[in-house]
Structure formats: structure tokens, C-alpha cells
Design a protein around this ligand. Structure first.
Ligand code: ADP
Ligand code: ASP
Ligand code: MG
Length: 411
């Protein structure tokens, strides 16, 4: 049995006309001899509307019930699309996460997939040609519905592809592939034909929301080829696969940005063993993800500690720091929510010197101040004022020749 997994995002199932485009893609896959597992997101805007509703109807929405609520978005999509397929005589049925089941841990709102019962799916596939699976959702060991975090349908799709040994996982969206940067803010962005899992992982972690980070982790772990492409065209898109030699020729393959960053500074903390642990243990205990961290040189036994957290976690972080402030000798807790992180990414960086210098001088030419720098083997990130995000992205994109160079033409 040849299985193809096709995932369609919110804009691809936004209305009946879009769903007809989705049906075309499914029919083509059936014509090519595949059994098809279609993974759908909620119709565009629905998840946000449900979130707003929960926050305006409840002072502090219960996380378990929030997941029950959010999962209805995907439930609507799979029911409607299954009807559309059946109307044209296709043997199809819908599946919700708990019916398969897609087992997850109990982290409501950002659950991790633990396993998928592939026997049931394989058995059902002998009787049906298309299974229409609700993305973004699963259930914990007590049959409670969980959701996988924003953009989680990508992860549902790749996990299904891994479990079923699908030939490829196609991620259909509103752009026709992974670009050198977000094509919606940089018209010069170019489509990348082939990108390594590690590069895609960095792009996604640095804010390129075209794929959810966990979906790329899954794809890498289980070696699932992912093809990112458009629902609204027939063009081939971007293949996300294992690194190969052709990928090292470009020094930088993409630029990403993340506006969901806030900078927190603890001024004048003691510079002595254990202080960092005292600061970051309670923050991680509250499930807050700290990203960039810098500690300034010590003056008279005191130092400043600066780090970033997601904007939605500012209040909670400040509350924790106010509580421990005395114990670590901090004079002040300061924050700035008007910041963003811009990053340049590329496996080719390993073999090229001077990448950081090019990035810094490009930002300098536009008079953009860098507040924090962080690096990895294949990435350089700079925290800057949020209002310069788009300018910084376009400037870096140009500085690394991404506007003009034919980026990786091999496929
Ligand atoms: P879907 O609803 O189909 O899951 P998303 O909105 O989650 O779609 O992801 C697609 C969007 O990702 C694009 O519209 C684009 O604005 C954004 N994006 C950010 N960075 C990139 C990039 N490097 N390449 C392509 N798209 C990107
Ligand atoms: N509907 C969810 C969201 O909007 C999941 C997804 O679309 O992937 O984040
Ligand atoms: Mg998405």
C-alpha cells in the first residue's frame, strides 16, 4: 500500500472554493495510486476566534477545556471536507485525534505526541481510500483532548507520515515553498528548492512559521521527506531532507525574524556562584522558555543579567523576579516588549569565515542597534528594536546576496 500524507493549513480550507482546490490535490494523489491521509487545520481565523472567546468569557480559561474548545476548529474542517469527498463518490471518512488515537503527554496547549496507533489506521485504509484526520489534536492517557501548540497540524501530519511509513509528507500552504525569508515582508525572497532538516529547524525556531518546529524535529528523527508547496498552484515547492554536499555552497540560506520576544534586565545582581540558577530555575519551573541570555562584566561584585522571554510571559516573569529580587541583590527589574530577533541561518556558515561581521555591518549601515547577540554553528541572531524588523530582514537578505543569487538550484 503506497501512502501519501497531505496536510492543508487554515488558508487552504478557508471556504468552499478553497476546499475544492484541496479536493483536486487529493484526487490527483488517488489517480497516482496512493491511499491518502489528509490532515486538516481549522479554517483560517477560527482558532483565534475561539481563543478570544475563551478569554472574554472566562477570567482564567481552564487549560483542559481550552483544548476541548480549540479542537472543534479542526473537527469542523474534517467533517465538511469528508462530506465534499463523499459527494463525488470517494470512499473517505473523518478521524479525530482521540479516535486514532494520537497519544500525547498532558501538557495542554503544547502537548507532545508520544505515539500513534498505526494498526488501526492501516486497517481502516484497507477499507477507505482517504482518511481525513483532524490536525493539531490528540489525547492523553486519561482520554482528555490535548492540542499541540500553534501551527501543530504540521506536526500531526509529519507524525502520521512517520508512523505509516508514508513516501512523503506534503505540507500545502498559502506560499509555494520555503523562501530565503518571509515572502510577505520581503518581495525579493527566493524559493529554496531543497533545504536540510537542521537549517529548517533553525529557520522554524527563529520564527519562520511556515513549519512548526516540532514537525521538523519529527521529520529529522524519522527521516520523513517533507515537501512544502502551495494549494493554489501546481509548482513543485521546497523539499526538506537530509543535508547533502550541494547545500554547503551558500554561506547563508535564509533570514528569519521573531517579534514574539521581550527583553528583561535584572540590574545589579550579585556576581557569585548560584545566582543564575536562582534566577532561571523558578522561571523554567513556571514553564517559561528563556531564549537569549547575556551577563555583563562584573563591577564591584555586581552585574546585570539580561534575557528574553515570549511577550505573553512578561507579567509572570516579572512576578517571579520581584519575589527573588532581594535574595539575588537586584536593584531593579526592567523590561522592554518592543524588541524583535532577526537571524541569519545556513549550514554553509560552518565553512565560511566572517558571516557575523557581514551581518553586523549591514545592520550598522541602517543605523540599527544590536542589543543582544547569540550564535550557534549554523545561525547568528541579533535582538533589535521591533520597529526595525522588516528593514533589518531586507537589509540582511541583500547583504548575503539572497536577493539575486540562484540559491541552490540542485534538486
Ligand atoms: P498554514 O496556515 O498553511 O499552516 P502558516 O501561516 O502557518 O500557514 O505558514 C505560512 C506563512 O509562513 C506564509 O504565509 C509566510 O508569511 C510565513 N513565512 C515566514 N517565513 C517564511 C519563509 N521563510 N518561507 C515561506 N513562508 C514563510
Ligand atoms: N489551528 C491551529 C492554529 O491555528 C493549528 C494549525 O493550524 O496548524 O494554530
Ligand atoms: Mg502553519
Amino acid at each position: 500500500m503506497r501512502i501519501l500524507v497531505q496536510k492543508f493549513g487554515g488558508t487552504s480550507v478557508a471556504d468552499l472554493e478553497c476546499m475544492h482546490k484541496v479536493r483536486e490535490k487529493v484526487l490527483k494523489a488517488l489517480d497516482n495510486g496512493y491511499k491518502v491521509v489528509v490532515v486538516l487545520s481549522a479554517m483560517s481565523g477560527v482558532t483565534n476566534r475561539l481563543l478570544d472567546m475563551a478569554h472574554s468569557w472566562s477570567k482564567s480559561p481552564d487549560p483542559c477545556e481550552m483544548d476541548v474548545l480549540l479542537a472543534t476548529g479542526e473537527q469542523t474542517s474534517v467533517a465538511l471536507f469528508s462530506m465534499i469527498l463523499k459527494d463525488c463518490g470517494i470512499k473517505a471518512r473523518s478521524f479525530l485525534g482521540f479516535q486514532i488515537p494520537i497519544r500525547t503527554d498532558k501538557s495542554f496547549g503544547r502537548a507532545r505526541i508520544l505515539d500513534i496507533d498505526k494498526e488501526i489506521v492501516q486497517d481502516v485504509l484497507t477499507r477507505y481510500d482517504v482518511l481525513v484526520v483532524a490536525g493539531f489534536q490528540g489525547c492523553d492517557c486519561e482520554q482528555r483532548i490535548t492540542t499541540l501548540g500553534r501551527g501543530g497540524s504540521d506536526t500531526s501530519a509529519v507524525a502520521m507520515a512517520a508512523a505509516l511509513g508514508a513516501e512523503v509528507c506534503e505540507i500545502y500552504t498559502d506560499v509555494d515553498g520555503v523562501y530565503t525569508t518571509d515572502p510577505n515582508i520581503c518581495p525579493q525572497a527566493r524559493k529554496i528548492k531543497k533545504i536540510a532538516y537542521d537549517e529548517m529547524l533553525e529557520m522554524a525556531s527563529m520564527g519562520a512559521k511556515v513549519l512548526q518546529i516540532r514537525s521538523v524535529e519529527f521529520a529529522k528523527k524519522f527521516n520523513v521527506p517533507v515537501h512544502v508547496r502551495s494549494t493554489f498552484s501546481h509548482e513543485p515547492g521546497t523539499l526538506v531532507v537530509q543535508e547533502d554536499k550541494s547545500m554547503e555552497s551558500a554561506m547563508v540560506s535564509g533570514v528569519a525574524y521573531d517579534k514574539d520576544q521581550a527583553r528583561i534586565t535584572l540590574a545589579g545582581v550579585y556576581d557569585e556562584p548560584g545566582v543564575a540558577a536562582k534566577i532561571f530555575e523558578p522561571i523554567s519551573g513556571a514553564n517559561i522558555v528563556v531564549d537569549m541570555i547575556v551577563q555583563n562584566p562584573s563591577r564591584e561584585g555586581k552585574t546585570d543579567m539580561t534575557f528574553t522571554v515570549p511577550k505573553g510571559n512578561i507579567k509572570e516573569t516579572i512576578k517571579i523576579l520581584e519575589r527573588i529580587k532581594g535574595e539575588i541583590g537586584a536593584k531593579d527589574v526592567l523590561y522592554d516588549a518592543d524588541v524583535a530577533k532577526v537571524s541569519v541561518i545556513g549550514v554553509g556558515m560552518r565553512n565560511h569565515a566572517g558571516v557575523a561581521a557581514i551581518a553586523f555591518s549591514a545592520l550598522k549601515n541602517e543605523n540599527i542597534n544590536i542589543m543582544i547577540i547569540s550564535t550557534s554553528e549554523i545561525k547568528i541572531s541579533c535582538l533589535i528594536e521591533e520597529k526595525y524588523t522588516e528593514l533589518a530582514v531586507r537589509t540582511l537578505h541583500e547583504a548575503f546576496g539572497l536577493d539575486h543569487e540562484a540559491v541552490r538550484t540542485t534538486c
